[in-house]
Design a protein around this ligand. Structure first.
Ligand code: SF4
Length: 461
């Protein structure tokens, strides 16, 4: 187990007053060694702490008294979210996107985690195949929810086959334990054509109603297939298959509504695009419980684009992470590249985005009747396959697209393309062949940009 290492200290905080510094290792708090930032948050929440600190160059650790009020943030950030080992997954799903990554990307991209703590902190999905009695006890005692569970199929054999792990047949018993214990859990089904669509999807939705009716929501999302996939049976959905998924989900929404009083299950935006169907109204997304999973994003975006002053999706969760003093975002939900409105810029505009985003944006921009605004879909040559989301675009692909945009135009890019200021291939804005403005991924911000407000990085002077 490694101790949390301080990466920043907030000025005038209890930690700063006590003399804690960047690089200090916090070995224990009041005699307890934190396993992760969840423990860390709980232990540091009390008043007046005794923190055992190891400082580089000092011969021995020393006990530091930290004066603070109960509930007052300690005022440090630490280097990782989990101080013992992140639990990695023991499955080998044919649809796993990690197996479809080329070599040479950031190390964190290849981490196959299956750790309920990362589910709680960041909204990552877990299959529960490595879940234990002790984990259940901790979750129920500390009320660690909401959690996010990959279901894929309720038929034990199909699930085990999809996860390529015999434990997949039985690990959903933990889902019952969590739900019976009153933990809020959201599920997802990654739908693979010819594997768990059609009759299997129907069976899964019936199984959920029968065995897991307390689930807060279930998202049906399509598998992503990159050109690096080595799985001959994994392929993108055809249009007819997408239509069938949308029909099945909407039919079961009616069943759930009658039985449970809410729709429970939602199809990913990508299915509506593939099927050529209009996105459901905001009301039918029931508070957008799976917004982060690409479900309802297009509807929420369109609504805030049409009515920039509206509050946006009310139910969007920002995760426990947002409220945890000390939790680092790196590798998971790192800040993209915070930008703020700056001066006015009246030049014509080109909005570059992924091919799916472009299909959402094009009709919204057309409805404005503006001839000075163009939407430019950037093909994902890097991953190929059916990868069309802006979040998986690389700097190289964007750079290539930018070369074709006339030089007198402003170029806008959604912030989803960046993670801590870098594209997936490690390039930064400075590596692009021309200036671009990064705009937050909501309709109101884009509308502001199209109306002549330029955006600049929040940290720029
Ligand atoms: S459970 Fe997730 S991380 Fe593990 S193999 Fe399957 S898709 Fe990949």
């Amino acid at each position: 187990m490694s101790a949390p290492t301080v990466t920043s200290v907030t000025a005038a905080s209890p930690a700063a007053r006590a003399g804690l510094a960047v690089g200090d290792e916090l070995l224990s708090i009041d005699g307890h060694e934190p396993r992760d930032v969840i423990d860390f948050q709980r232990l540091s929440d009390g008043a007046d702490l005794g923190v055992l600190v190891r400082r580089s160059g000092a011969p021995l650790p020393r006990l530091v008294r930290v004066d603070k009020a109960p509930g007052e943030p300690l005022g440090v950030e630490v280097s990782s979210a989990v101080f013992d080992r992140i639990r990695t997954c023991d499955n080998h799903c044919a649809f796993c996107f990690i197996y479809q990554l080329p070599k040479g990307m950031r190390r964190s991209m290849y981490l196959k985690d299956d750790d309920y703590r990362l589910s709680f902190l960041y909204g990552n999905f877990t299959t529960l195949t490595r879940f234990t009695e002790l984990d259940a006890e901790r979750i129920l005692t500390e009320r660690l929810g909401p959690l996010f569970v990959s279901i894929h199929a309720t038929d034990p054999d199909v699930r085990a086959e999809m996860l390529r792990n015999p434990k997949g047949a039985t690990s959903l018993r933990w889902l019952s334990v969590l739900l019976d214990g009153g933990i809020e859990v959201h599920g997802q089904v990654v739908v693979c054509p010819g594997v768990n669509d059609g009759a299997v999807l129907e069976d899964t939705l019936a199984g959920i109603l029968d065995r897991y009716p307390r689930l807060a929501s279930v998202g049906a999302v399509p598998l992503g297939v990159s050109r690096y996939s080595h799985e001959p049976d994994m392929r993108p959905h055809t249009r007819d298959e997408a239509v069938s998924v949308v029909d099945t989900i909407e039919e079961w929404q009616r069943v759930y509504q009658r039985a449970l009083g809410h729709r429970m299950v939602f199809a990913a935006d990508e299915y509506y695009l593939l099927a050529g169907r209009a996105f459901p109204s905001a009301r039918r997304y029931g508070g957008y419980p799976q917004h982060e999973n690409g479900i309802g994003m297009a509807r929420a975006f369109a609504d805030s684009f049409a009515r920039p002053a509206s509050d946006g999706p009310g139910g969007v969760r920002h995760g426990f992470f947002a409220s945890v003093d000390a939790a680092p975002a790196e590798g998971y939900r790192a800040a993209r590249l915070p930008t703020v409105p700056a001066g006015a810029d009246e030049r014509p505009v080109t909005v570059l985005t992924g091919t799916y985003g472009a299909r959402v944006l094009a009709p919204l921009v057309a409805a404005l009747g503006r001839t000075d605004v163009a939407v430019w879909p950037v093909a994902n040559e890097f991953f190929g396959g059916n990868i069309g989301v802006a979040g998986l675009l690389t700097g190289e692909d964007i750079g290539r697209a930018l070369q074709a945009v006339p030089g007198d135009r402003r170029c806008l890019l959604p912030d989803a393309c960046l993670n801590e200021g870098r594209f997936l291939d490690g390039l930064t804005l400075a590596d692009l062949p021309r200036d671009v403005e990064v705009v937050p991924c909501d309709g109101a911000s884009l509308r502001l940009a199209l109306d002549g407000t330029s955006f600049r990085p929040a940290c720029a002077a």
